[in-house]
Design a protein around this ligand. Structure first.
Ligand code: ACO
Length: 330
């Protein structure tokens, strides 16, 4: 499977740390020093997960030089769908990708990496030739804007990567590992509330609805700085690749301190660690393709470059992959 195009879309409204401190008891110095975040985008009334993802896909299709009709698969990684029955088909309709099957995959901040790896299996099996893998989240609708421990962290965004079947020498997914540990699920949840609605006599049914994001920040931080280096070390060893052969570290953008800790473990210099946390915060499933798109467009990531990537977050879930970019430059 080759990675041959990318695109992204962000809401127009940017909320700076200073602006947020008018809403909740926080300040720019605290947020920047603990997380590296300076601002985040928040979807407005005319922006939906579907519209942002469809725009990102349009850019990715143009970048790859593909028509929508040539797609076999659209896989949307999200934890904040517009429709719990599935949002990917709405995106398919927006694009006019009438030959593609489209469905959602949920694995929080690991979602994009898990979706990319899942797509590679369809391509390896021969049933899919061309696919768009989307990472998109609109967590602004699930954040408690009065909870300063979580609301400063998250933002909205969408990005997509175009992938296709290729010869072995163009392969863009050189190795991977995926992990889950549901016993630590309580560290980070966006869970169903326990409200009931009367049904018949003394029988009641659960009423649909979710509580805002709840996070034990310190536990998630410790989990990330322990598991991300471990899973990446496994991937690199399996690929016979040394850290000094990497062009870039492309990690889930959750916290600059996590990026720095992983980079230090592998002795990757700061200038080879991709980060856009300062502008966008944590956009969950969107962070990895959003960062890739930015770095491809500005010419940092060039054809043939190797990127060590890791997604990690709620589930708990995490994974690592060694990627190679094959798309156009810029
Ligand atoms: N502004 C000002 N003060 C704050 C804020 C804020 N926004 N948030 C918390 N504080 C205060 C706390 O109340 C506490 O004060 P106290 O000591 O008087 O009680 C103090 O700052 C320290 O709070 P901690 O929670 O201990 O802060 P910590 O250093 O752990 O940083 C953070 C918190 C940034 C959330 C960190 O734990 C972290 O980054 N964790 C990882 C989060 C993450 O990576 N999530 C990724 C997965 S996301 C996904 O999967 C959807």
């Amino acid at each position: 499977m080759a990675l041959v195009g990318c695109g992204s879309a962000l809401p127009a409204a940017s909320v700076s740390n200073a602006a947020l401190s008018e809403r909740v008891d926080t300040n720019d110095a605290w947020i920047r020093s603990r997380t590296g975040i300076g601002a985040r985008r928040v979807a407005g009334p005319d922006e939906t997960l579907t519209s942002l993802a469809a725009e990102a896909c349009t850019h990715a299709l143009a970048h790859a030089g593909w028509s929508p009709e040539s797609l076999d698969l659209i896989l949307l990684a999200t934890s904040s769908p517009d429709d719990l029955f599935g949002t990917a088909p709405r995106i398919q309709a927006c694009l006019g990708a009438r030959n593609a099957v489209a469905f959602d995959l949920t694995a929080a901040c690991s979602g994009f990496l898990f979706a990319l790896i899942t797509t590679a299996q369809y391509i390896a099996g021969g049933s899919v030739r061309r696919a768009l893998v989307i990472g998109a989240d609109q967590l602004s609708r699930w954040v408690d804007w009065d909870d300063r421990r979580t609301c400063v962290l998250f933002g909205d965004g969408a990005a997509a990567v175009a992938v296709e079947a290729c010869d072995a020498d163009a392969n863009g997914l050189l190795g991977f590992r995926m992990r889950s540990d549901g016993s630590r699920n309580g560290c980070l949840t966006l869970a169903q509330t326990d409200q009931r609605q009367a049904l018949l006599g003394n029988l009641s049914a659960q009423r649909g609805g979710f509580a805002p994001i709840h996070m034990n920040g310190q536990e998630v931080y410790k989990f990330a700085v322990r598991e991300v280096p471990a899973v990446l070390a496994e991937v690199l060893e399996a690929c016979g690749t040394e850290a000094n052969q990497l062009d870039w570290l492309l990690l889930h953008q959750a916290n600059q301190r996590i990026l720095d800790a992983v980079a230090e473990r592998f002795k990757v210099p700061p200038e080879r660690v991709l980060s856009n946390l300062a502008s966008y915060g944590n956009t969950s499933a969107a962070t990895i393709p959003l960062m890739l798109d930015e770095a491809v467009r500005d010419g940092r990531v060039k054809p043939g470059h190797r990127l060590a990537s890791s997604g990690f977050g709620a589930g708990l879930s995490w994974g690592g992959a060694l990627l190679r970019w094959s798309g156009p430059q810029g």
